[in-house]
Design a protein around this ligand. Structure first.
Ligand SMILES: NC(=O)c1ccc[n+]([C@@H]2O[C@H](COP(=O)([O-])OP(=O)(O)OC[C@H]3O[C@@H](n4cnc5c(N)ncnc54)[C@H](OP(=O)(O)O)[C@@H]3O)[C@@H](O)[C@H]2O)c1
Length: 254
């Protein structure tokens, strides 16, 4: 029986990376709690597909296309969301996913900058767009998306690991700074989550091998992340801030 969080009903939730994968699933999960959802990404058709899934179930959802590494585009996202759904109560900063392995000697400066922009600067800019409103209202919950690759060395490229580790400190630092003003900030650090992309790129035998590396002996699924996001955003977590939750099937260190 999935958990229900009545306080999430009619909250405005914005999910970057909402066009597919973990973000799309999380957007659906918030909508299932009765929240009004805005999904943000670059792929209009994919975003429209998520919105139509949600609205056909009777919940409210809109899509806004934007590149989240562009501050001007993010200002437009805020304006459209506030006009159509109201001020954002829950900000799920999930866009990213540039973790494909590259040996460090082959990681170019351009690639490094692209990954830092995609994973870390985009999160900073997204938060900058919505934080002032949350501080004015004295309320809000921000969820950031780290990764197991930001918690320990991994097969992902170095820039991705560094960016995802940076999100852990962004979360702790910001939580300490804005906690006194009513805004909570928490991070989720998933290990291998079986999204459409992972399923397409990781052969079944490798999936089995990776599953066996986790104490709970399976890969994660998007719902494992979505359920943690719901909890962290809800009043059930009202005294939790600055945390990074490893959604990792027990594959954790330290
Ligand atoms: N899957 C995993 O095993 C795993 C593990 C740890 C952490 N994560 C993290 O979880 C998040 C979601 O990953 P996923 O596996 O669900 O990836 P995914 O299926 O590739 O989805 C990535 C999402 O991010 C959006 N996005 C990326 N860059 C963007 C940009 N510059 N502007 C706007 N949207 C952008 C994409 O939107 P468009 O395609 O519409 O542009 C898409 O919605 C990422 O931050 C990833 O690093 C994933």
């Amino acid at each position: 029986m999935p958990a229900t969080y009545p306080d999430l009903r009619l909250k405005t939730v914005l999910v970057t990376g909402g066009s597919r994968g973990i973000g799309a699933h999380t957007a659906r999960a918030f909508a299932a709690q009765g929240a009004k959802v805005c999904v943000v990404g670059r792929d209009r058709d994919a975003l429209d597909g998520v919105v139509s899934d949600i609205t056909s179930g009777g919940a409210a959802a809109i899509a806004v296309t934007a590149d989240v590494s562009d501050a001007t585009a993010l200002a437009g996202v805020r304006e459209q969301t506030e006009t159509r759904l109201g001020p954002v109560d829950v900000l799920a900063v999930f866009a990213g996913g540039q973790g494909a392995p590259v040996p460090t000697p082959e990681l170019t400066e351009q690639h490094w900058r692209r990954v830092l922009d995609s994973e870390l600067t985009s999160a900073f800019l997204t938060i900058q767009a919505f934080l002032p409103g949350m501080l004015e209202r004295g309320a809000g919950s921000i969820l950031t998306m780290s990764s197991a690759a930001g918690r320990q060395p991994s097969q992902a490229n170095l820039a991705y690991g560094v960016a995802k580790a940076g999100l852990v400190m962004l979360t702790r630092h910001l939580a300490a700074e804005v906690g006194p003003r009513g805004v909570r900030v928490n991070a989720i650090a998933p290990s291998s989550i079986r999204t459409e992309k992972l399923a397409a790129h990781m052969p079944p035998a490798v999936q089995e091998h990776v599953a066996a590396m986790h104490p709970l002996r399976r890969l994660g699924v998007p719902d494992d992340v979505a359920q943690v996001a719901l909890f962290l955003a809800s009043d059930a977590a009202s005294w939790l801030t600055g945390l990074t939750i490893d959604v990792a099937g027990g594959r954790i260190t330290g």
